[in-house]
Design a binder for this molecule. Sequence first.
Ligand code: ATP
Ligand code: MG
Length: 394
Amino acid sequence: MRELILVRYGEIGLKGDNRPAFEGRLVQNLRDALAHLPGIRVFRSHGRIFIDPAGETAAALERLRRVFGVVAFHPAVETPLELDAMAEAAVRLVAEERRPVRFKVEARRANKAFPLNSMELNRELGARLLRQVEGLTVDLHQPEIRVRLEIREKHAYVYVRDVPGPGGLPVGVSSPALLLLSGGIDSPVAGWYMMKRGVPLRAIHFHSPPFTSPRSLQKVQDLSDVLALWGGRLPLYVVPFTRTQTAIRKHVPAELSMTVMRRMMYRIADRLARRDGLAALVTGESVGQVASQTIESLAAINPVTDLPVLRPLVGLDKAEIIQKAEEIGTYAISIRPYEDCCTLFVPEHPATHPRLDEVEAAEAALPVEELVEEAVAGTELEEHHAQPVMVAPS
Ligand code: ATP
Ligand code: MG
């Protein structure tokens, strides 16, 4: 008998050609996530993904709960195809729950050559559990624990625990995108939702020293580290934005400055995305949240790029976004007080219904192309990894 972790992943969208790509990517991502724990193996067998945690189940699960594509992990005992061994494993797992419990056995017989069918297995295992563990009662309708038994080709697997995974798709099954990452609450959550859909991300941050402090950049770097825990890595473009912002202040009427600033961000992001093969932009915009996020504002900002602009928070309330930020570990960083480049330059009365022709006219005095080129030329790319890079065990 040995301890293994069974990986359960979503079946939807796994038809035909997608399936091998999904599974191959998931196995790779699980291996990458566990690369810092030597001796752990991830392998496939008969259409199942297994992890041999080499005795490090708790440490492995702590890291694994952030791997997208997984619905649940089941710490399991692998036994020979013998009833006594299965019962012994079940007794041990149930006894570990250490309290009187209402339970139910759910057997599945994938290997039809095994002499007992699932009904008979349920009954037999249930009876043995009742005899051997004190305080148990059977409850078929609202059990506190479900003792699962899977009979497969060479072995049986017994488990009681469900450790939830984050769901979604494995990062890497989609083309990559570029996340506009401020130090605020919304954009890290937007990035998380896209990674959850399998999209590998790079992030881009616009900063304006000396108006913005090194600590505001540090915030974004810390957010990148947290997102890298979920996505495996997060390369970050740091764009010098001071010249653009001062030029906007000088040449653009105050009420349109937010719209124009956003357009400049989109333009620079678009340029870098095209240069480096990123297929979409991602932002934390949510309809109606602030002046620059009315539908009219989005319409006046959007035309500077032909790339799809993904806005996963578009229909969420602030309270929902905050709750998600707390869950994924970005909230405490996002609420640190340091100003970012936008809050500093916010006009008193930003236009809530800017018209595209007015915005274009307001931009006429701005050396747009020169500013974009200069910003792109000054951009630095830094790596953020989930953990120090190590050689993965073969
Ligand atoms: P957030 O909480 O993400 O900062 P917000 O509610 O403050 O969002 P805005 O300031 O209007 O909204 O920004 C809208 C979006 O523009 C952000 O979600 C982010 O994607 C992008 N953005 C804003 N400022 C920056 C910046 N300095 N660098 C990179 N992207 C930015
Ligand atoms: Mg912001």
